[in-house]
Design a protein around this ligand. Structure first.
Ligand SMILES: [Zn+2]
Length: 76
């Protein structure tokens, strides 16, 4: 049996891209509802995405882009 948190993490990017099937989406949401660690991780990833998208619109300097990339470390 796979670690549910690892599985949730795999689904996180497609989840945010809205490309999951209904079954996968349900699975991801069920896990997020019961797992605080993944919920925090998801919120972090989501806020990072919003920020990166916004910053990209504003022509983010390469240096800042690298700093943001460095932030994408595992939270556990
Ligand atoms: Zn989890």
């Amino acid at each position: 049996m796979k670690d549910p948190c690892a599985h949730c993490e795999e689904m996180m990017q497609p989840y945010m891209d809205h490309v999951l099937t209904d079954a996968e989406l349900h699975e991801a949401e069920a896990h997020l509802a019961e797992c605080e660690g993944c919920r925090r991780r998801y919120k972090f990833e989501e806020s990072l995405r919003v920020y990166v998208r916004k910053a990209a619109d504003e022509q983010m300097p390469a240096e800042l882009r690298q700093k943001l990339a460095a932030l994408r470390i595992p939270l556990d």
